[in-house]
Design a protein around this ligand. Sequence first.
Ligand SMILES: [Zn+2]
Ligand SMILES: [Zn+2]
Length: 148
Amino acid sequence: MTTDRWSGGCLCGAIRYEIDPANIRSWYCHCRMCQKWTGSVVAPSVLVPRANFCLTRGDVRYFRSSAIAERGFCASCGSPLLFAPFGQDWLCVQTGTLDDPELAPPTGHFGIEGHVSWLPIDDSLKKVRTEDDPWIREMTGGTGKGRG
Ligand SMILES: [Zn+2]
Ligand SMILES: [Zn+2]
């Protein structure tokens, strides 16, 4: 069990957070929703048990992006920070908002259907389509639609 906590925050510094990195998982997300949300074509994030995440400064504003989740951001500078599904004991923190993103190398590619051809992937990590993810299928009644 680790005692080293990770810290991070938004671009302007109004929001700061800490993570206990026990039981985290790190992924690239290529899905269209994360692309629109972040303005980037790939959006790495870290899945964190909610009990392991705490805000240490400021308040997160939320946008309800679908029937199953909301996305948290800084109302002052607009930094995307959190993907927060309703009724779940985990959330995802945008890896780029960590003070040291080197700490969280991704272990797979999610939302691979949105991957743009001009961004090469030269690793052999697992690739998952959004609609094939077991949790997404469960939350959307087996359709995989209306996710995120
Ligand atoms: Zn900010
Ligand atoms: Zn995504």
